[in-house]
Design a protein around this ligand. Structure first.
Ligand code: C5P
Length: 240
């Protein structure tokens, strides 16, 4: 039987910085308090695979959030290129379409088997939380954000992805479309009373888990705290 994840294991801390020393210090402090570290474009463009390894060598699972979006062949090549890093979760854009999603899922499976590393979850970004219905309309999508998210959740599942990234507001909708095994990776999480920053549609960690989130992506409420490990522990404790 697959062991259930503890609240702490569901938390991935987003370390968004170009400063490798700072990232290593933060990840070292957080070791043992949360499920893993999310490294995104800002970190990876500055610190590359060497920087990635400095964090991964600390022993925590890594969510490599590079949001691949290109023709299927190029996305497959990018996935092959990062598989030796053995990330636990990787992201692609669902708007890349069915073929791209299938190639991404198949490539991750084949390459993981070839390298004898754990197969990562391949997760599709749905509609970026920075976009609203007017932005979708400007690029020719006449549906509401909710309808587009529901469509992409169904497509992602039908084309072999393990789950999707969605805002807290879309958790129940995505769950309804894609069922209980589809992994929902959710940023826009704010503990009660903490600063919103640029996040608009937020939920508390406990609300998001109750709504059906699998993984909570939390950055500044942890990285900006004077004691990041204590902040992470308090967040885990706030989840019933
Ligand atoms: O600091 P904060 O908790 O807002 O960090 C959230 C993380 O999740 C950041 O790395 C951000 O880029 C990412 N993210 C997001 N909204 C999305 C996708 C990713 O906030 N739709």
């Amino acid at each position: 039987m697959i062991p259930l994840m503890t609240p702490a294991e569901r938390i991935y801390c987003a370390i968004d910085t170009t400063d490798l020393d700072h990232a290593v210090k933060l990840a070292t402090a957080l070791h043992g308090t949360i499920g893993g570290i999310k490294l995104g474009l800002e970190f990876f463009m500055a610190c590359g695979t060497a920087g990635y390894k400095s964090i991964a060598d600390l022993g925590m699972p890594i969510f490599l959030d590079l949001k691949f979006h290109d023709i299927p062949n190029t996305v497959a090549g990018a996935i092959r290129a990062v598989m030796p890093l053995a990330p636990r979760i990787i992201t692609i854009h669902s708007q890349g379409g069915p073929d791209m999603m299938q190639r991404a899922a198949n490539t991750a499976r084949e390459e993981a088997a070839k390298l004898s590393v754990q197969r990562p979850w391949v997760v599709g970004v749905s509609v970026l939380t920075s976009l609203d219905s007017d932005d979708l309309s400007a690029i020719g999508v006449q549906d509401t954000v909710e309808d587009q998210v529901a469509r992409l959740a169904g497509l992602a599942q039908a084309n072999g992805l393990d789950g999707m990234v969605c805002s807290p507001k879309e958790i129940s909708l995505a769950r309804k479309v894609a069922g209980p095994d589809f992994k929902l990776v959710v940023p826009g999480i704010r503990p009660a009373g903490s600063a919103l920053g640029d996040q608009k549609r937020v939920m508390t960690p406990d609300e998001a888990i109750k709504a059906g989130a699998d993984i909570l992506v939390i950055g500044r409420p942890i990285t900006g705290a004077s004691d990041p490990a204590a902040a992470a522990r308090a967040i885990a404790d706030s989840i019933e």
